[in-house]
Design a protein around this ligand. Structure first.
Ligand code: DON
Length: 309
């Protein structure tokens, strides 16, 4: 079953909007505090180029943890599966996204998966290039191609704000460096990672990325294979098992689509073989996921039978 009209989608947004007051905008990155907690928008993108959206879809969001899906794809394209998974694991943690706890427990020490911060830092470290600038441009170019929008850039203000306050991420990096998972200057990696997290777009762009993933890495309109199918499959699998952090299990039961959240309030959704979804709702629950965004996806999953399970 497919969405038939914008009005239909707007009704669901209106219903889900009442949940925004149950959440709080992220404030541990000071610049994210500026977001409007009442915002809620969604875009659905179908392979024939049809798009339905509701809410203020022109509002920009920074990718934050959503970027981890694409940096993983790029690292896998750069190094291959064996190398990447020698440095980062494939298992969910059940812990918060910035937790340091399990790093000491796994032997040999490596982050449990690429979606938690420790794993994402290890992945970003693997992006090839001669300089931070070149590595960042390679990631940005891939994201622009996936969203079919060459004007996508990053928010310098949000990147700086995170760079100035990212001491927990720095501590994860130092731990990883001590254990040989990364071997570059921590400040350099944090610079690259904070720019990556600050890549800025709206939920329409996000839905186009979701659509490419839904069609195994191939842009359904141009038929260009932007990400190898096997790598797109790996990314979607991580989205199911770890994409919503320690809420991934409940999300799989209630919504049942591969999805990745970010502390900006964005959610990238991909419905295999059907469509891409972009959601933006900056009020977050205690696990760092968009509170109204999850409710909206739940309603949509029921209405359009989106669950893959
Ligand atoms: O590293 C951080 O803490 C942020 N730049 C991204 C974290 C994030 O988006 C977690 N998502 N729910």
């Amino acid at each position: 079953m497919q969405c038939q009209s914008i009005e239909e989608l707007q009704l669901l947004v209106n219903k889900a909007k009442k949940y925004t007051d149950q959440g709080k905008v992220a404030d541990y990155i000071p610049a994210l505090k500026m977001a409007n907690p009442d915002s809620l928008s969604i875009a659905l993108y179908y392979p024939d180029g049809n798009c339905y959206s509701a809410g203020d879809v022109s509002e920009n969001l920074t990718l934050q943890s959503i970027s981890k899906v694409i940096s993983l794809a790029l690292a896998l394209m750069d190094w291959g599966e064996d190398y990447v998974f020698d440095h980062v694991g494939q298992e969910p943690t059940g812990d918060p996204f910035n937790s340091i706890a399990k790093l000491e427990i796994s032997k040999p020490s490596k982050p449990l998966n690429p979606m938690i911060n420790a794993g994402a830092l290890a992945v970003t470290h693997m992006i090839k290039g001669e300089s931070v600038e070149e590595r960042f441009q390679r990631l940005l170019t891939l994201i622009q191609k996936l969203a079919n929008n060459s004007s996508i850039g990053y928010s310098r203000e949000i990147a700086r704000s995170e760079f100035e306050t990212a001491d927990l991420n720095r501590s994860l990096c130092y731990f990883l460096k001590q254990h040989g998972i990364i071997n570059e200057e921590v400040e350099q990696l944090i610079d690259l990672y904070t720019r990556q997290c600050s890549i800025e777009m709206n939920c329409l762009d996000l839905s186009r990325i979701g659509c490419v993933l839904a069609f195994d890495g191939k842009d359904p309109l141009t038929e260009v294979q932007l990400i190898p199918a096997n790598i797109a499959r790996i990314c979607k699998t991580f989205m199911v098992t770890c994409g919503m952090y320690n809420a991934s299990g409940e999300f799989a039961i209630k919504v049942g689509i591969p999805a990745k959240s970010g502390v900006s309030g964005g959610i990238l959704g991909t419905v295999p073989g059907r469509c891409g979804i972009g959601v933006y709702g900056p009020a977050l629950d205690e696990k760092g996921n968009s509170v109204a965004g999850i409710q909206l996806l739940k309603m949509m999953s029921e209405k359009y039978m989106l669950s893959m399970f």
